[in-house]
Design a protein around this ligand. Structure first.
Ligand code: NAD
Length: 477
């Protein structure tokens, strides 16, 4: 049954000034899941004002108060885990088991932030005057605009909201339109932990309208954004002068050397490519395999594909759900057609029915193919044969992404030689490109299209605070 949802501003559930609404739908059936408020820049103004009003109180609050809020949110998530996971599966499309895992991780994220903030230590800098004391401590930046995508509608917001709450920042959150019902449910859960009004505000609506207004707002001090590289570049300009934590696209190159454990590699590659139907920034998007291992890896991967059960996420047997929206599906069609035109062979899959895209493996994909050079964001494994680790590195560094990578070899020397050269924020050796835990530093290599800054544990707390230095002479009073 479709639910009528409101904005959350200053501790109240309210209608948008626009008087307009939009629908979010179940990608498996096309049925309406919820009716959402189409927010406006005026709604964003009200949300920023509410956040700004509470920011001084948050900044002055004690660490145990903030840690306690985070722990209360974690407990509230756990208490509502079942309904939240079911709503997540229905609106985003992912299998229920993956949705349940995402919700468990979110509770962990709030607990971890509570733990980390108690150790957000400052420094005392020695100076030439022995009487002088130079105290530096980390303080909240103030008001954050947080704009998030639809692929992990609970975990990605958690990566920002938990550290923001722990450090005493107030937030205006703009979620992706296609997963805004989950955002409303998640906001309800967070608000039930008894935060001061205005600490978290939710404005649903089109990103180019409400997201843009939030990141550019003069009373916003910091921006947390996860999404595509193109939107990230736009936001970086609009939010010039503010603190920016940008988590953008990736191309997940996985390099398989000919001495690798191919069975283990095939399992990890399939999981990295098909988890969340490939709609993961860390997904295994390209496999660069030394020629001697290409055919065996292709055979093993085809075996893994047979295990995939494609269906609605809410069905108990499903291991891979539909794509979330038409934009991703069309991109997949274009990328596969381009690779086949350039001479690649479709070993399995390559077709779709509505948003249900078959798990797909292509062999002999040339490095110039769009599948190799761009982010596909779907359940596809393009196998690119290479003559050497050097050629693999050369191809992997061609696309301008730098988020995650994976290397497979039984030789620590060879694996590390490749891992050290890759310009990505993370390289997972002998594991999937998607291996991750919520406190592990995560983000793009500098100067790439994958963003700036690091999410994860203490790293986000550092990003969301600034250093405030107060100096005094001990004999000056
Ligand atoms: P997107 O950039 O289209 O949208 C992301 C968010 O930005 C949405 O909420 C959208 O409404 C909003 N938005 C759109 N235009 C805007 C504008 N002009 N101003 C302000 N906000 C705007 O991305 P998407 O398709 O929702 O998400 C997929 C992308 O996210 C992929 O590229 C993926 O790699 C990336 N991603 C990155 C990470 C990471 O941690 N690096 C994690 C997950 C997803």
């Amino acid at each position: 049954m479709s639910e009528d949802c409101l904005l959350y501003i200053g501790g109240e559930w309210v209608r948008s000034d626009s008087g307009r609404t939009f629908a979010s739908t179940d990608p498996a059936t096309g049925e309406r899941v919820a009716t959402l408020q189409e927010g406006t820049p005026d709604d964003v103004d009200r949300a920023v004002a509410a956040a700004a009003a509470v920011a001084p109180r948050l900044r002055r609050s004690g660490v145990e108060t903030r840690a306690g809020w985070c722990e209360a949110v974690a407990a509230a998530i756990e208490a509502q885990a079942g309904p939240l996971a079911r709503a997540l599966s229905a609106e985003q499309g992912k299998p229920l088991a993956e949705a349940e895992g995402e919700v468990v991780t979110a509770a962990l994220g709030f607990r971890a932030a509570a733990g980390h903030v108690r150790h957000l230590d400052g420094t005392i800098t020695p100076v030439s005057d022995p009487d002088k004391r130079v105290l530096s401590r980390r303080v909240a930046r103030g008001v954050y605009a947080v704009v998030t995508p639809w692929n992990f509608p609970v975990n990605i917001p958690t990566e920002y909201l938990a550290p923001a709450l722990a450090t005493g920042n107030a937030v205006v959150w703009v979620p992706a339109p296609t997963t805004s019902h989950v955002a409303v449910l998640f906001t309800r859960i967070i608000a039930s932990a008894g935060l001061p009004a205005g600490t978290l505000n939710l404005v649903t609506g089109p990103g180019p309208v409400v997201g843009d207004a939030a990141v550019a707002h003069p009373d916003v001090h910091g921006v947390g954004f996860t999404g595509s590289s193109a939107t990230g570049a736009h936001i970086a300009r609009r939010a010039a002068g503010k603190a920016q934590l940008l988590e953008l696209g990736g191309n997940g190159p996985t390099i398989v050397l000919d001495d690798a454990d191919l069975e283990a590699a095939a399992v990890a590659i399939a999981s990295g490519a098909f988890f969340n139907a490939g709609q993961t920034c860390a997904a295994t998007e390209v496999v660069l395999v030394e020629r001697g291992a290409h055919d065996e890896l292709a055979r093993l991967l085809a075996d893994r594909v047979r295990d995939v059960v494609l269906g609605p996420g809410t069905d108990g047997d499903t291991t891979m759900g539909p794509l979330n929206n038409d934009g991703v599906a069309t991109k997949m069609d274009d990328h596969v057609a381009d690779a086949v035109e350039r001479g690649a062979t479709t070993l399995t899959g390559g077709a779709r029915s509505g948003l249900f895209y078959e798990p797909t493996v292509l062999s002999g994909v040339p490095p110039q193919a769009r599948l190799v050079r761009e982010e596909s964001f779907g359940p596809i494994v393009p196998l690119v044969p290479v003559d050497s680790a050097e050629e693999a590195l050369d191809i992997a560094s061609g696309p301008e992404f730098g988020l995650v990578a994976s290397v497979w070899s039984r030789s620590a020397r060879r694996a590390f030689a490749v891992a050290e050269e890759l310009r990505t924020g993370i390289v997972n050796i002998n594991d999937s490109s998607t291996w991750w835990e919520i406190h592990v530093p995560f983000g793009g290599g500098s100067g790439t299209l994958s963003g700036t800054g690091r999410l994860g544990g203490m790293h986000t707390l550092l990003e969301m605070t600034e250093i405030k230095t107060i100096t005094f002479g001990t004999s000056s009073f």
